[in-house]
Design a protein around this ligand. Structure first.
Ligand SMILES: [Zn+2]
Length: 462
């Protein structure tokens, strides 16, 4: 698996180390610029200033590379998404996306390669470069940061801690991969409001940031690919990631499944059992095959004082909205109203004759159900909420739940239960469920009495 993400601090550090082994002492004899947009400033000035310069060494600040020369000149480079430097030997061809080429006096060329063209090269001087806008926005790295100052600086923020940790002005060095690692190891939920995190935890986050970054640097970074295989940069660290990219795999600590959510628009993997957000209720969905006994569990939970939300009645409540039912009527091109009053029996009869049209209904109702569930979770002051939900996979409603429990039943028993209710198993009724079994945290097989089923459910402990 190749992780296609921005190079993070460890990768840039690795690039810096390799550059220092290959370009120090080499003199630039020419600069070929194929894409002017890579250069911040006048490309002609860039070129003529660099010709004749001898590389001294390369430093790194945050994710910036700082090339120094045997003069006052400095070149800043940010690789952004996929930028890389590639050493091309005499007689070899330039790399595919070599947009800026530094021709060296020994015949080698250093290509700045960037298929996305987001990276930048910029000239400055020893005196000036720290004052450039780019450098002003780079905060201290976890290695150098003072935990008390950092704690003070983030204390008033209500944004999720993940977003705070990604803010390079406050602390530089953690990108999307490593921030998930740090939060997992620190057992902090990525959405925990920053201002609810105490100093002890902030210190822990910084400690793990240092550990994770050092481990990644030692492994040569995660995403440095094709630098030059000969230079030995393959980035094997990605195989050692604990959380990132492991959604729905089992957490080695607790055996529950990692979940994927979006925090500030960034894909985020976390373990719902190891990383609990104290500011929102724990959410547990009970789903399963049709007539498998979900309600037996819901009734039991209510009997012991737990809150169970029946999402079916939630969905049905939307049919009270005449605007919505009229819209549905239009979409299905069938009459669903009697004197402007919605008639559920008409819809049922229509579905019996046109079972495939359930898709049209779901497309209208399920996004509303999803919104309503997130509202319930957000506004609840309970520690935990249970949801009985037949279709948590539609419109990725499952993203809202920390845990999903599936109830399964034998064909014979399912048939028996359906007959008791006077229903029959619709065509492909359990398809969605079966397709998404890999997302379930616990599967309970209902093959005994009600008491047996409840006892099996009780094995779920969080
Ligand atoms: Zn866990």
């Amino acid at each position: 698996m190749q992780v296609k993400v921005m190079p993070e601090l460890p990768e840039v550090e690795t690039v810096k180390r390799i550059l220092n082994t290959i370009i120090v002492g080499a003199t630039i004899t020419d600069v070929i610029i194929h894409k002017k947009r890579i250069i911040n400033g006048d490309p002609q000035v860039f070129k003529s200033a660099l010709i004749g310069q001898t590389f001294s060494h390369v430093k790194r600040i945050g994710k910036y590379l700082i090339f120094t020369f045997n003069s006052d000149l400095v070149m800043l480079s940010h690789l952004r998404m996929v930028g890389k430097f590639i050493e091309v030997l005499l007689g070899e061809e330039d790399s595919k996306y070599a947009h800026v080429i530094f021709v060296l006096n020994d015949g080698r060329r250093l290509c700045y390669d960037d298929s996305r063209q987001f990276g930048k090269l910029e000239l400055s001087t020893n005196e000036e470069y720290m004052k450039t806008k780019a450098m002003q926005n780079v905060g201290p790295e976890p290695f150098d940061i003072d935990p008390a100052t950092y704690f003070h600086n983030i204390q008033n923020r209500s944004t999720p801690i993940k977003q705070t940790l990604l803010d390079q002005k406050l602390m530089s060095g953690l990108g999307n991969i490593y921030v998930d690692e740090v939060l997992y190891l620190s057992r902090v939920h990525p959405e925990t409001p920053t201002n609810s995190i105490d100093f002890k935890t902030v210190k822990l986050l910084i400690e793990y940031s240092i550990k994770v970054l050092n481990a990644a640097i030692a492994q040569g970074g995660t995403t440095v690919r094709s630098y030059r295989p000969a230079a030995g940069v393959h980035g094997h660290f990605q195989q050692q990631l604990h959380a990132y990219g492991k959604a729905y795999e089992k957490c080695p600590t607790c055996n529950f499944r990692f979940k994927k959510i979006f925090v500030g628009g960034r894909g985020t993997t976390y373990c719902p059992s190891c990383q609990i957000n104290p500011s929102v209720p724990l959410t547990i969905a009970i789903t399963g095959q049709k007539a498998s006994g979900k309600t037996v569990i819901s009734d039991y939970l209510r009997s012991i004082g737990e809150t169970v939300i029946d999402t079916d009645s939630l969905a049905k409540s939307f049919y009270q909205d005449l605007n919505l039912t009229k819209k549905l009527e239009q979409k299905l091109a069938t009459s669903l109203h009697d004197n402007d009053v919605f008639d559920l029996d008409l819809l049922r009869a229509y579905l019996l004759a046109n079972p495939k049209q359930i898709k049209v209904i779901n497309a209208l109702i399920h996004p509303l159900v999803k919104t309503e569930i997130s509202k319930i979770i957000k506004e609840s002051n309970k520690d935990r909420l249970y949801f009985e939900i037949p279709l948590p996979f539609s419109y990725k409603i499952y993203e809202l739940f920390n845990f999903i429990i599936g109830v399964e039943i034998s064909v014979e028993k399912q048939q028996e239960n359906l007959e008791k209710r006077g229903e029959n198993l619709g065509i492909n009724a359990d398809n969605e469920y079966m397709k998404n079994r890999h997302r379930l945290d616990l599967i309970i097989v209902n093959d005994g009495t009600k008491a047996d089923l409840i006892n099996k459910f009780k094995t779920f402990k969080v």
